[in-house]
Design a protein around this ligand. Structure first.
Ligand code: AMP
Length: 396
């Protein structure tokens, strides 16, 4: 793997694609700076080498060009605090000012460019736009795993202008190493925990995992499609009616491949999709009309936890229930605790990005698991076996 360890940055200007797409509140305070702290090792290594750093990122989804709400100016102060030095800012990611500021950078200095997505060319993967960006640095570093599945100008297209000077940053390298460790070097028993709302989003990964795992645990909203497919009554629970056959075929394939499939036997049902709804515990396949399953039940949580605690490798993607509501987070918390216990006992645990990462963070357990990925969609696609454009661009 071509990583920044293979190069000394003294006197060089490194153009780094980072993922600073952080959540901001209405006063532009950063509510979760994980994506920023995750890029610090790469930035610090380059600065320590005696290089200078030009950071480029997107923030949110601006539709109509420059918009204050999506300006990366809002993260300059926090980034300066994190790095312990003032970070320069360019109001435009290309053009005269960006060129001048990049040129004037001294070793040890950092420049952040304005939001790349203020130009439509970024998401279109426009070559001319990528070339303009490329003029700002001598070396291209990609450390934005969260957008590695996109063939955008700054994440993939730009690499062609650095044929002999393109590298993965430490975050990218760690994400790829950890995904590989699970996919191709998993100690057994290997357990995958799949949850979240839809089977359709995760079906490719589930099918691929059937060739690799010993245990497949399915919870969350997607479990009700399995319950319905098996003849259960599921009330108003989430269901994908066009995926019933698919659910049946997953059960069948698991059997054929000797994978132990665990589905929820009991479920926490509610009479409304609300934190203060009335709730009860019911069998997953006998849910009352007009009620819906919003969490796994206590018996299921115990059974799932036991399997998790006996595992040596764990991949977790998707919550067991509507963990955003206090009333329905118990099942997800039980699984998180089991993952932590297994990790303490020596297992390797990889938490897929997105909602599973948010759940683990909500419970304050991020540091108690082996690795929390910063990429939801990117990790899913990588694990499905797809070649990520951001990875391919560095490798080729
Ligand atoms: P995903 O993005 O597919 O991983 O799904 C995550 C979302 O699924 C979270 O916002 C959860 O609140 C939601 N979810 C999990 N379990 C259920 C459920 N039983 N009913 C409805 N939504 C659920």
């Amino acid at each position: 793997m071509k990583t920044i360890d293979q190069i000394k940055f003294a006197g060089k200007k490194a153009l780094i694609r980072v993922d600073f797409n952080v959540p901001l509140d209405e006063n532009f305070n950063i509510t979760d700076d994980n994506r920023m702290t995750a890029a610090l090792p790469t930035i610090n290594k380059i600065l320590k080498d005696g290089g200078s750093v030009i950071l480029m990122s997107h923030l949110g989804r601006p539709k109509d060009g420059p918009t204050d709400k999506y300006s990366l100016r809002h993260v300059v102060k926090h980034l300066s605090d994190l790095l312990g030095q003032q970070v320069e800012f360019a109001d435009d990611c290309i053009g005269e000012q960006a060129i001048e500021k990049a040129k004037a950078l001294q070793p040890g200095e950092v420049l952040l460019l304005e939001n790349l997505r203020f130009y439509k060319e970024e998401e279109k993967g426009d070559v001319a736009f990528a070339e303009k960006l490329s003029k700002l640095g001598d070396v291209y570093v990609n450390d934005a795993f969260g957008t590695a599945h996109r063939a955008h100008a700054s994440t993939a297209v730009i690499a062609q202008f650095f044929p002999d000077a393109k590298y993965f940053g430490y975050l990218m390298a760690a994400e790829l190493d950890n995904a590989e460790k699970v996919l191709n070097g998993a100690a057994k028993p290997f357990t995958a925990i799949m949850g979240g709302s839809k089977v359709s989003d995760k079906i490719l990964l589930i099918e691929r995992l059937l060739d690799k795992v010993d245990n497949l645990i399915i919870g969350g909203g997607m479990a009700y499609t399995f319950a319905k497919a098996d003849g259960g009554t599921i009330g108003k629970s989430l269901v994908e009616l066009d995926k019933l056959d698919l659910a049946t075929s997953i059960v069948q394939k698991a059997k054929e491949k000797g994978v132990k499939l665990y589905l929820p036997t009991d479920t926490v049902i509610a009479d409304a999709f609300a934190n203060d709804a009335n709730k009860e515990v019911a069998p997953t396949k006998a849910i009352k009309d007009d009620w819906m399953g919003l969490d796994i039940g206590p018996e299921t949580a115990r059974a799932f936890s036991k399997v998790v605690e006996e595992s040596k490798t764990i991949l977790w993607n998707g919550p067991m229930g509507v963990f955003e509501m206090e009333s329905f987070l118990v099942g997800t918390k039980a699984i998180a605790d089991a993952v932590v216990k297994a990790t303490e006992a020596g297992a390797f645990s990889l938490i897929g990005g997105g909602d599973s990462a948010a759940a683990v963070a909500k419970f304050g357990l991020t540091d108690e698991v082996s690795y929390v990925s910063t990429g939801g969609g990117a990790l899913l696609e990588y694990m499905e076996g797809k070649e990520l454009p951001g990875v391919k661009a560095i490798n080729e």
